[in-house]
Design a protein around this ligand. Structure first.
Ligand code: AMP
Ligand code: ZN
Ligand code: ZN
Length: 425
C-alpha cells in the first residue's frame, strides 16, 4: 500500500513537472475567462483522423461503443467535399463548406494572390490569411472564454488575429505519447477557473495512417482503432476524476476505402503542365489555368479521353457538393477538376499506390462517411441518422452558450435533436 502511495506521489510529481516544463506548449498570455464564462460547461472535441463510420462496430471498440451507448450515436457523419483532412477539420470548426471557408483541399492554388496552399508548408498552415469563417475557438475567445488545442487544422494560425489560449504546433506531433497528451488535457482542466479552457480540441492521426498504408480491413488498422479506443477510455477516466461537467464529442474528418492498386491513373498526356498550376492531389486533381483561353479546349479533349476518371468544370459540378463556381467564395476551386472513378486514384510516377484512400464524393461512396459519437451531461441518450458535418458547429456553440450572428452552412436542427439544453438554440 505504502509502495503504491509513493509510486502515485512520484507519478504526480512527474506529471506536474511535465506540465510545468513543457516548452512545446504555446500560451497566449494575459487572457482569462470572464466571470460569466467560468460558469459554463466544458467540451472536448476529439478527432480520430480517418475513423470510418463503421470502425467501432467492425473492430469492437469496447470503450467507444459503451460511451456512445450512454449518449449520442449517429449512423454516420457525412464529410464535406472533398473528403480530405484539411477541408473537413476546418468545416467542423467553422460550420462552413470548404468552398465557403476557403480550405478547398489539402493543396490548392489561390488565383487572386497567385500562391499555393500546402498542408505540409509551415508558412501556409500557420498563416491566418488562408482561413475564412470564425473557428469555434475564435468565437469563444472573442467572448472571453478560454480555449485549448492539442492540434487542429487552423489552430496554429492567427485567424481574425486570434489563436487558442493554449495550443501546440503540429511539428511537435512526434514528441508526445498519447498518455502525455491525456495528461496535458487533465492539467488544463485542473487550472484555476479563470485560466481553465472550456473548449479543448484533440487530434489523433494513427487510424488514418494505418488505413492508408495497410487498407481499412487490415489487422494494423484494427490495432490502430483499438489503440484509439484504449486512449479514449483512459482520457474519460482521467477527466471524470476532475468532477467537472465535461462533454465529449468523438468524431472523424472522413472514412477510408480500399483502392484497386492494380491500376495506376497518371496525368493525361494532353495536359500541358506549363500552362496550368497543378497542386498535389490523387483523389481530386485541380488544374488552374495560367491563361483562361486554355481551359475549354483542354476540357473538351479530356472529356473525350475519360477512362477511369471524370472531368468537370466548376460550373458543372453537382450542386449538392457545394463545390461549384457559384460557391467559390475565395476563388480557389480549380478551373478543371479530374476525379478518379472509385476504386481508383491518380498516382505519382515512380510511387506505389496506397491500398487505402479518401477524398471521394461521400454521397456516392459510403466508405467516406465518418464516425460521430457524443456523451456527457449536455447530451441525450439517442441514436440518430446520418448528418452533414457542418452541423457540429451549432452543437458546440449551444453547449458553451456562444451566440453568433453571422451565417453558416450548418443549421441548429442537429443541436435540437441531440442536446438536453435548448435555451440558446
Ligand atoms: P490526408 O492526406 O488528408 O490523409 O491528411 C492526413 C494528414 O494530415 C495526417 O497524417 C497528418 O500528418 C496531417 N495533419 C493533421 N493535422 C495537421 C495539422 N494540424 N497540421 C499539419 N498537418 C496535419
Ligand atoms: Zn484525414
Ligand atoms: Zn488520410
Amino acid at each position: 500500500m505504502r509502495k503504491i502511495a509513493i509510486g502515485l506521489f512520484l507519478l504526480s510529481l512527474y506529471c506536474h513537472s511535465f506540465s510545468q516544463s513543457d516548452p512545446l506548449q504555446q500560451v497566449v498570455s494575459n487572457r482569462s475567462n470572464s466571470i460569466e464564462q467560468q460558469k459554463k460547461p466544458y467540451v472536448i472535441l476529439i478527432s480520430a483522423d480517418g475513423f470510418r463510420y463503421d470502425y467501432a462496430e467492425k473492430y469492437q471498440a469496447g470503450n467507444l461503443l459503451a460511451l456512445s451507448n450512454s449518449g449520442v450515436r449517429a449512423a454516420s457523419m457525412i464529410p464535406s467535399y472533398p473528403s480530405l483532412t484539411f477541408p473537413n477539420h476546418y468545416s467542423l470548426v467553422t460550420g462552413l463548406y470548404p468552398s465557403h471557408h476557403g480550405i478547398v483541399s489539402n493543396y490548392f492554388y489561390d488565383k487572386t494572390i497567385e500562391q499555393v496552399y500546402s498542408m505540409k508548408g509551415d508558412s501556409t498552415v500557420g498563416d491566418g490569411k488562408w482561413y475564412g469563417g470564425t473557428p469555434l475557438w475564435v468565437l469563444a475567445e472573442q467572448q472571453q472564454m478560454l480555449t485549448a488545442s492539442f492540434y487542429w487544422i487552423g489552430s496554429e494560425a492567427a485567424i481574425q488575429q486570434t489563436r487558442p489560449t493554449y495550443y501546440y504546433k503540429y511539428e511537435s506531433n512526434e514528441s508526445f505519447t498519447i498518455d502525455q497528451r491525456i495528461q496535458v488535457v487533465v492539467n488544463w482542466l485542473q487550472l484555476p477557473v479563470e485560466k481553465r479552457p472550456h473548449l479543448i480540441t484533440f487530434y489523433i492521426s494513427d487510424v488514418d495512417h494505418a488505413g492508408h498504408t495497410y487498407g481499412p480491413d487490415a489487422p494494423e488498422t484494427r490495432e490502430a482503432v483499438l489503440g484509439v479506443d484504449a486512449a479514449i477510455g483512459k482520457m474519460v477516466k482521467a477527466v471524470s476524476a476532475t468532477g467537472l461537467p465535461v462533454n465529449f464529442i468523438f468524431l472523424a474528418d472522413h472514412g477510408m476505402t480500399r483502392i484497386d492498386t492494380s491500376r495506376h491513373l497518371f496525368m493525361p498526356a494532353v495536359v500541358d503542365s506549363s500552362k496550368f498550376v497543378i497542386p498535389r492531389g490523387l483523389e481530386l486533381v485541380a488544374l488552374y489555368a495560367k491563361n483562361k483561353k486554355d481551359i475549354l479546349p483542354l476540357y473538351q479533349q479530356l472529356k473525350k479521353q475519360e477512362k477511369y476518371f471524370k472531368t468537370y468544370l466548376p460550373t458543372n459540378m453537382p450542386a449538392y457538393l457545394h463545390y461549384s463556381k457559384s460557391d467559390d467564395r475565395m476563388n480557389r476551386i480549380g478551373d478543371i477538376l479530374l476525379i478518379p472513378d472509385w476504386p481508383y486514384t491518380f498516382a505519382n510516377r515512380g510511387r506505389k499506390l496506397n491500398p487505402g484512400a479518401h477524398g471521394f464524393n461521400a454521397y456516392l461512396i459510403k466508405d467516406m462517411h465518418a464516425t460521430f459519437f457524443a456523451w456527457g451531461p449536455a447530451f441525450k441518450n439517442i441514436k440518430i441518422d446520418s448528418f452533414e458535418n457542418v452541423n457540429v458547429y451549432p452543437v458546440i456553440s449551444a453547449i458553451l452558450g456562444l451566440p453568433y450572428s453571422f451565417k453558416i452552412d450548418g443549421t441548429p436542427a442537429l443541436a435540437k435533436q441531440i442536446l438536453k439544453i435548448r435555451s440558446s438554440l
